[in-house]
Design a protein around this ligand. Structure first.
Ligand code: S3P
Length: 432
């Protein structure tokens, strides 16, 4: 799909670039690790997650699950979850703290809505600012007794009987989709979620892997309630964590081989956009497991501006700040439609991305959900702010491989949310 040039050409490239090509192994996927933990907790029997991610968000998930009575054995390369079955979780003694992890708060909401005990989810200050009505509304439609504080955390649950619903998603959000599907496990009757645009489908894949009855027709996913069975899985590398390295390779004109990356098509929007912009990739899939994975060869080349549609955005939602940085290096104008969701991430990513583009000297504007960037920019360097947002810190760091003067990033420690070793890895792969 992404092989813009012939196999022979790429083979030649491997040989030609072999001496200078860098190799990189991304950390395990965050979305998949979180889902595997959650599904393992409510499945019957034991789940073994090989190569799980360890970061602040997954630590928050482990703490929430332990507070719900789940036994977890954590070792360096795996986590064993002793599943309690759909109805075996126990009442937590205090509010569950999702830290800064919106995925933990929202997915857990789907599970807690169906429990026979009251519970509460809270989180760190940054998470308490993020919208929760988007999950509370469909869960209430299913019959959940759920309260928010003006549409935000804390979420409070009381026991209630759930029923299946047909729910057209008003926002293209994998987290909302997942919350409804997880609550559907506890509902009477089938639950149908209809997507506006394809978002990451890890919940669907893993539900099926854990034995759930789930089918997809077009953009509609149907779940029939029933028990889950513990499973084994190995988590592939996180393509969103690899994305700054892919960007850095393109920005510095170096070839990069990304090893064992998640290659789930619902996460490959950035590669698709970059192909439109003139970049070339070679994907070598591996076999086995519920999640597609494999190696990815990035071949540098000149980039030109492109138009990205709103339907394409969910498959690269976390990569948009990076795409904006790459657009700043490209010749001509890049238009990204349907970017409004960026306002609701760890920071207001529209504001943060525009600020970063300004430091790079790239003319950019945001209007009515559309972000426009004109390149090529001078990539001057200076000081960029992370806005407390790991994806912004990483996008700035990727830009830094190209800036004329060093690019200092204020507040860069926020990368611990998803990728504690990010700066150490970047230095190894792209020493300045
Ligand atoms: C995620 C879904 C996306 C993404 C987030 C992780 C997930 O959020 O931005 O980093 O694991 O489901 P939305 O579903 O709110 O778009």
């Amino acid at each position: 799909m992404f092989a813009a040039r012939g196999t022979a050409d790429f083979l030649y490239y491997y040989l030609e670039a072999g001496r200078t090509m860098r190799t990189y192994q991304p950390p395990p996927d965050k979305s998949i690790t979180l889902r595997a933990l959650l599904l393992g907790a409510i499945a019957r029997g034991r789940t073994v997650i090989q190569n799980p991610l360890f970061c602040a968000d997954t630590a928050a998930a482990l703490a929430c699950l332990r507070a719900l009575g789940v036994e977890l054995r954590v070792s360096k390369r795996s986590i064993a979850v002793q599943g309690r079955g759909l109805n075996g979780l126990t009442r937590p003694r205090r509010a569950l703290n999702a830290g800064e992890a919106a995925a933990v708060a929202r997915l857990l909401a789907g599970v807690l809505a169906g429990q026979s005990f009251p519970s509460e989810i809270t989180g760190a200050a940054s998470l308490r600012r993020r919208p929760m009505a988007r999950v509370a509304a469909p869960l209430a439609l299913m019959g959940a007794d759920i309260k928010t504080r003006s549409g935000k955390l804390p979420l409070k649950f009381r026991p209630a009987a759930l029923k299946g619903i047909v729910y057209p998603l008003p926002v293209a959000s994998a987290q909302v989709k997942s919350a409804v599907l997880l609550a559907g496990l506890y509902a009477a009757g089938r639950t149908v979620v209809k997507e506006r645009a394809p978002s990451r489908d890890h919940t669907e894949r893993l539900l099926a892997h854990f034995g759930a009855r789930l089918s997809r027709r077009g953009r509609a996913i149907t779940l029939t309630p029933g028990p889950l069975a513990g499973a084994r899985l190995s988590v592939p590398g996180d393509i969103s964590a690899a994305a700054p390295f892919i960007a850095a390779a393109l920005l510095s004109g170096r070839a990069l081989l990304v090893k064992n990356a998640g290659l789930n098509p619902s996460r490959l929007g950035l590669l698709k956009a970059l192909r439109k912009m003139g970049a070339a990739f070679r994907l070598t899939p591996r076999r086995g497991g519920p999640e597609p994975s494999g190696d990815l060869l990035v071949r540098p080349g000149r980039l030109k501006g492109a138009v990205i549609t709103a339907t394409e955005v969910p498959a690269m939602i976390d990569e948009l700040p990076l795409l904006a940085v790459l657009a700043a290096a490209a010749e001509g104008r890049t238009v990204i439609r349907g970017a409004g969701e960026l306002r609701h991430k760890e920071s207001d990513r529209i504001k943060a991305t525009l600020a970063l583009l300004k430091v790079l000297g790239a003319p950019a504007r945001y209007r009515g959900g559309t972000l426009e960037i004109t390149g090529p920019a001078p990539f001057r360097g200076g000081t960029a702010a992370a806005f407390g947002d790991h994806r912004i810190a990483m996008a700035a760091a990727a830009a830094g491989v190209r800036t004329a003067a060093p690019l200092k990033i204020n507040g860069r420690r926020c990368v611990k949310k998803s990728y504690p070793a990010f700066f150490a890895d970047l230095k190894k792969v792209f020493p300045c």
